[in-house]
Each structure stands twice: as structure tokens, then as C-alpha cells.
Design a protein around this ligand. Structure first.
Ligand code: AMP
Length: 283
């Protein structure tokens, strides 16, 4: 069966409403397209858990700040639809910005605590844009479950909180980070990297692994663990570290000692390309 493409929130909601009426269990996997194995792993995770698999492709302008890569973000709908079809997606939701934000649109959703640190501090307004668009996607697709990648760990934490706070009642699942053979986390932005930047980019993951290694040896002091990671990431001459932090995996508050599951997360720029990675240390 070929994939069904829907382009407006109203049409998707009508379709989802009637699917729900027939008892169909709906899963949603939101994406910005330029699909890679990371996205496909989320589709494969969702597929056996639902009757109707909906994937959205929408490069959401409201989560990009001025001067970010909205205009050059990679877009290739026909390839994405072919990949989605292979992964058993039933419905692709591909709206335009105008479909999502018609004239007069004004609502924004803010999570002041979870969105404050890390990527939220470096990309003001980013998570407002994410929380708002995902709320709109939830209201249009009416999913029973939704899957998001752990690569965007802060985003996942925010969306879990949003789901609880606004009573969406959706089962939210995380998908493990998918990586290249050399450890670099897959990202639609990896295509921007020059050959030399690409060569150095795996240092992010190697830095996190160095901290994990120290932790496995019994080190729980955050500053020691972070120094171990910083030594490796900082040895990539083209990496400009934006942040490298250790935080509670639950609240994203700073931790000094790893006594609970803790997120070690890094963001770095290679030229104009911003990459993120993380791992969770579990005592
Ligand atoms: P994006 O298209 O970048 O907005 O990502 C769509 C979804 O795919 C988000 O839930 C991401 O966290 C997830 N994702 C992106 N890259 C990866 C990856 N390397 N491994 C697992 N999930 C990912």
C-alpha cells in the first residue's frame, strides 16, 4: 500500500478522529525530514506498537532563532517519503509553515525550568517552538503513543513534562541514539561538516565515553568526570564547546556528585555546524 500524504492539521485530525473511531491505535513520530537511520529507528520502534503509524515532516520555523540554519536545513521530501514507506509509515503529515501558523497565529508554550539550561540557554526560544509545534502535532494526529530520540535528551524531558502538564495522556517513548561506525551520532546536520570537521566530530562521543570510563572506575565527582570529557573534546582543534555539563537525568538540575542517573551532555560547534551528544551515567 502506498503512503498517504496529508498536508493540513484539520485534515489530519479528521483522519485521526475516524481512525480512533474504528479502534485503531495511532503512533506519531515527529521529524524535520532529511531522514537518516536515527529517524528510521524510531519508526521501527513504533511500528509494532500501533495500527496506524503517522510520521510528520515539518521544518518548524519557530524553533529556529534568527541567524540559525532554517533556510539551509536539508529538505528532500520525495526521498523521505520513500524511506518512510519502506519503514511501514501509513500517513506522512507534511504541512507548510502557513498550514501550521496561519495569519494571526499567536500561542506559545513555555517550560521555564526544563528549557532553561543547556540547549535552551544557547538557543533562546528554541524549546518554546518545539513544545508548541509538538502540542499542535499531538492535537492533529491524536496519537496513543509518540516516539522521540534520546539524542535530543532535553527535548525528550521537556515533551514528557508537556504531556503530563497539559493532560495529553500520550505514551511517550524514547529511542536510543543511533551512531555512525566511528561513534558520531547521526544528525541531519552532519552533511554540513567539511571533511576535516567530520574527522574530528567523533571526539564528542569519545569525550563522553572517557567520562563514562572514569565513572565505571568509581569516580563520581562531576568536576573530575567533566574534565575527563573536556580533555578529549577540547583536543579537537575545530571544536568550539558550547557546553559540557552533568545534570540530573530527571530534573536537568546541576549535579556535583553522581548519586542518581545523570546526564552528561555536550554541544559543540564545528564551524557553523552545531552538534550535540549525550549519555546517561547510572549509579
Ligand atoms: P529531527 O528531524 O532532528 O527533529 O529529529 C526527529 C527525531 O529523531 C527526534 O525525536 C530526534 O531526537 C530523533 N533523532 C535524531 N537523530 C537521532 C539519532 N542519531 N538517534 C536517535 N534518534 C534521533
Amino acid at each position: 500500500m502506498s503512503i498517504e500524504v496529508i498536508r493540513t492539521p484539520a485534515k489530519l485530525r479528521e483522519r485521526a478522529f475516524s481512525l480512533r473511531g474504528t479502534g485503531s491505535r495511532i503512533a506519531l513520530v515527529p521529524t524535520m525530514g532529511a531522514l537518516h537511520e536515527g529517524h528510521l529507528s524510531l519508526l521501527r520502534k513504533a511500528r509494532p506498537l500501533c495500527d496506524t503509524l503517522i510520521m510528520s515532516i515539518f521544518v518548524n520555523p519557530t524553533q529556529f532563532a534568527a541567524g540559525e540554519d532554517l533556510d539551509r536545513y536539508p529538505r528532500d521530501e520525495s526521498t523521505d517519503l520513500a524511506l518512510a514507506t519502506e519503514c511501514g509509515v501509513d500517513i506522512a503529515f507534511c504541512p507548510t509553515p502557513r498550514d501550521m501558523y496561519p495569519e494571526g497565529y499567536q500561542t506559545r508554550i513555555t517550560l521555564p525550568k526544563l528549557a532553561a539550561p543547556m540547549c535552551g540557554a544557547k538557543r533562546p526560544g528554541h524549546f518554546d517552538g518545539v513544545a508548541t509545534v509538538v502540542s499542535k502535532l499531538f492535537n492533529a494526529a491524536l496519537p496513543h503513543l509518540a516516539v522521540f530520540g534520546e539524542k535530543d535528551f532535553q527535548q525528550l524531558a521537556i515533551l514528557r513534562q508537556l504531556n503530563a502538564d497539559l493532560d495529553f495522556g500520550i505514551e511517550i517513548l524514547g529511542g536510543a541514539i543511533v551512531r555512525e561506525a566511528d561513534g558520531l551520532a547521526l544528525s541531519s546536520r552532519n552533511v554540513y561538516l567539511s571533511a576535516e570537521e567530520r574527522k574530528q566530530a567523533p571526539r564528542l562521543q569519545q569525550g563522553l565515553q572517557a567520562a563514562a570510563q572514569r565513572f565505571a572506575e568509581g569516580v563520581t565527582d562531576a568536576s573530575v568526570l567533566l574534565s575527563a570529557a573536556r580533555a578529549i573534546v577540547g583536543s579537537a582543534p575545530l571544536a568550539q564547546i558550547e557546553y559540557l555539563e552533568l545534570r540530573s537525568a530527571k530534573t536537568l538540575e546541576d549535579v556535583r556528585e553522581v548519586t542518581e542517573p545523570s546526564l552528561i551532555a555536550v554541544a559543540a560547534r564545528f564551524g557553523n555546524t552545531r552538534l550535540i551528544d549525550n549519555l546517561v551515567l547510572v549509579p
